[in-house]
Design a protein around this ligand. Structure first.
Ligand SMILES: C[S@@+](CC[C@H](N)C(=O)[O-])C[C@H]1O[C@@H](n2cnc3c(N)ncnc32)[C@H](O)[C@@H]1O
Length: 280
């Protein structure tokens, strides 16, 4: 499916009882109950066209949602308990708060893999822009828990997006604790890229995920983001393992994808993650 068709999928404005029913059935599963309906509609519209029965389309939509989101999570996160823990740690002081943030980042595969380099990654890649006054974090996962390691200006704004409603609600309580003027929202960033201006947009380990949905979606997202700088990264290993060739393959694919954009690109290569700072 083309990026164009993906963005229109499931959003024709016409009544579509089959699609409404699919969204309801997908969300009946506790694992997908918190996923923003707009993403379920886009995936569901394609799966309804590709399968003979509604039941098959529901299953196929759930499989796709597993790949793009649930696969990174160990299980359901008790956000209320974590918020209490973080609030108590915050009251104890900055070191206890960082420690609690580190512990919570272990619950999402993507932030867990980053833990060994969390300080270096943000300090080194963002050094030319520090202090950063405004950030958009797309497909954020638990990425905002790394705010204590980011070189942000006092009172910086931070807008975070992922597909889960409960994650957004948690982040809306967490961001003030982290000392930023923040806002989080459940949104399909591939279909509806954020448009607010910012110094920096973080697109961390999301490009391969977007390209799985439809070719061209990732570049459309990078083009759309209204930020002077983008920090785009890729995993250096597949979920659950190391793979020497993967980072090189991603680097080639990324440079090919942006080859006709007049952007200045600085690579930063770590064993855990491959990052590119882009000046648009
Ligand atoms: C590999 S993880 C990266 C998370 C985070 N950026 C990081 O680097 O730690 C991919 C994230 O993208 C989110 N995601 C997947 N599809 C999305 C979409 N269409 N819109 C917004 N977020 C999405 C998933 O829920 C997941 O948290």
């Amino acid at each position: 499916m083309s990026a164009e068709r993906w963005r229109g999928a499931g959003h024709t404005g016409d009544a579509d009882p089959a699609l409404d029913d699919l969204v309801r059935r997908v969300r009946e599963s506790a694992k997908y109950a918190q996923v923003t309906p707009s993403l379920i509609r886009r995936i569901g519209a394609r799966e309804l066209a590709a399968h003979r029965t509604a039941r098959e389309a529901v299953k196929a939509t759930q499989r796709r949602l597993h790949q793009v989101g649930a696969a990174y999570l160990e299980g359901r996160i008790r956000y209320d308990e974590w918020l209490e823990r973080l609030t108590a740690a915050h009251a104890e002081g900055p070191e206890a708060f960082r420690q609690a943030c580190r512990q919570m980042m272990r619950l999402h595969a993507s932030t867990r893999e980053r833990l060994p380099i969390v300080g270096r990654l943000f300090q080194e890649t963002l050094a030319p822009l520090a202090p950063v006054r405004s950030v958009i974090d797309v497909a954020c996962g638990l990425g905002p828990l790394a705010i204590p390691w980011m070189p942000l200006a006092p009172g910086a704004t931070y807008h975070a997006y992922d597909i889960y409603e409960d994650l957004a609600e948690f982040l809306n309580a967490f961001l003030p604790l982290a000392g930023v003027d923040g806002h989080a929202e459940a949104r399909d960033v591939a279909g509806d890229p954020p448009v607010e201006p910012a110094d920096l947009a973080l697109v961390l380990k999301y490009v391969p995920n977007a390209e799985q949905l439809a070719g061209g979606l990732a570049l459309h997202l990078l083009d759309s983001l209204n930020a002077r700088h983008l920090l785009v990264s890729y995993p250096a290993a597949a979920l659950g393992g190391r793979d020497k060739g993967m980072a090189e393959t991603y680097e080639r694919a990324f440079l090919e994808m942006v080859s006709d954009r007049p952007w200045q690109i600085t690579p930063h290569r770590y064993p855990e993650e491959l990052a590119f700072l882009i000046a648009k």
